[in-house]
Design a protein around this ligand. Sequence first.
Ligand code: 13P
Length: 304
Amino acid sequence: MQIACSAAELIRRAWERGIAVPGFNIPYLPMMEPVVRALRDTDSFGLIMVARLEWTKFQAGGPEAVAEEYRRVSDPRHTRLHLDHVPVIDEDGRRVDYVRIISAALELGYDSVMVDGSRLPLEENIAATRRVAEMAGSFGAAVEAELGAVLGHEAGPPPPYEELFASRRGFTDPAEARRFVAETGVDWLSVAIGNVHGAISAARRGTQKIRARLDLEHLRAIREATGLPLVLHGGTGIPSELVRRSFAAGIAKVNVATAIRQPYEALVESSPQAACEAVYSTIVELVRNELCVEGSARLLAERR
Ligand code: 13P
């Protein structure tokens, strides 16, 4: 049995059923096959994702290389292809030609794309996101955007986490989110509710990620304001019970990168095969015992 519907419809179904679809980042192409195999073996559904920084700072090759590997190993019952973070201003403060990158990915057949205007003032984030939503519409692709500051990708030491969480600094503002959704036509919104990204700078990418927390009350307020499937970035290292509770409060997609990248990097030089098996077993454990979404492929294939 195949799931014949769009990425937008699948995420909407997850949202309505109170579960979430994990998205797995692919900074090294050989990681993709064990990700797909783990999803298949747990009969679960997930997104295969690549972010711009994974071809500029890691070895994903580029959107085309990822799409080619995806065509080779993907399984339509278990996967869709997502273009993660294409920033308008990147983690090093540089302007990015996001329109060119995203339109090329749409031509390549990506099922969904993310434009990240979160480093822009609100008006400019709205304008960039609306532009991408218009582009994606004619391809039937879903669009994700971000409002608020999910920190972690920037170089240099991160701000002290407890201070950040206590002050709610950078958290997505529900009233702004309401306006953002109404004016952009976006399908999914990435929110800042205490989550942070794993570090990717060369100096810190091997370090253990901090244990982040989530403000679920704040999340519920954003859900009330937007009525859209919400996305949790920085999925590594948050206590799994909190992540699962976030599904009932509006999260329908959870992004995971560091949790599979670090075991891969630790082993790849001595044994590429062991590195891939580490990716596989990490995902099986995550899907089965942490996110508790084993069997989601069957659940999402059913129309209610
Ligand atoms: P982690 O590296 O914390 O898993 O975050 C991944 C992510 O949000 C990619 O967009």
